[in-house]
Design a protein around this ligand. Structure first.
Ligand SMILES: [Zn+2]
Length: 233
């Protein structure tokens, strides 16, 4: 069992995962669940995420690689409820086909009518129900080796579409980006067990995680990657 004093999580996502999550959020927002008369648009949706983890001291690098949308989840405008066996069913296949991957977490969406509604509700944040659910998700804690990840993607339609060049970091754990007339926010929360054996979450602690969404070409002032090698050459 992995226990930490004060872990710091660095979470990176594959481009393919960002694309899959955005497609799922968009479809659930625009088209909803056509089988259900009440939920023809703006419903929440949910998927499971696999990836890799590497620990260096108290720093935990999480690379979230791919996801599978859950078709059996019960989806409405204000909530999404997973089928109790969905995670296990998908995990059982992936551990046979791709045993190098860890089931690291899940993602779900928060649809809102417009920007005003998102802002007045802090719609990009995890709800108390989200935090409570993660706390008690025994299967996910076990399979992720005690570092379960929760991602929430919030989406709304924009009234006016301005030119944007890249995703924007709103906070250490939160980014936003636009696609056409839609705005998306991506927020991450990671669970961990401290040395006292208590379950904690980075979102509740308001620290301990960096969502590294779009920083490959950011260069720190004074950074060096070859000084030692060049000196010896
Ligand atoms: Zn939620």
């Amino acid at each position: 069992m992995t226990k930490f004093k004060e872990p710091f999580f660095r979470v990176k996502l594959s481009d393919q995962l960002i694309e899959s999550m955005t497609l799922a959020a968009l479809e659930a927002y625009v088209l909803g669940d056509q089988r259900n008369k009440k939920n023809k648009e703006k419903i929440e949706t949910l998927g499971y995420i696999w990836g890799f983890r590497r620990i260096e001291g108290e720093t935990v690098n999480l690379y979230l690689d791919r996801m599978s949308l859950s078709l059996s989840a019960r989806r409405t405008n204000g909530s999404v409820t997973p089928h109790e066996h969905a995670a296990e069913l998908k995990h059982n296949l992936i551990e046979r086909w791709s045993p190098h991957l860890l089931l690291l977490g899940d993602f779900h969406t928060h649809p809102f009518d417009d920007l005003t509604e998102v802002k007045s509700n802090s719609g990009w944040d995890f709800s108390q129900a989200d935090l409570d659910y993660l706390d008690g998700d025994e299967f996910l804690w076990e399979k992720s080796d005690q570092t379960p990840v929760n991602l929430v993607m919030t989406v709304c339609r924009l009234g006016r579409v301005r030119e944007t060049f890249s995703a924007e970091m709103c906070d250490q754990n939160l980014w936003q980006f636009d696609a056409g007339e839609f705005r998306f926010w991506l927020n991450v929360n990671v669970g961990f067990v401290n040395r006292d054996g208590d379950r904690r979450q980075t979102f509740k602690d308001k620290s301990g995680v960096f969502l590294d969404l779009n920083t490959r070409f950011y260069n720190m002032p004074g950074d060096r990657i070859a000084s030692h090698i060049l000196r010896d050459a």
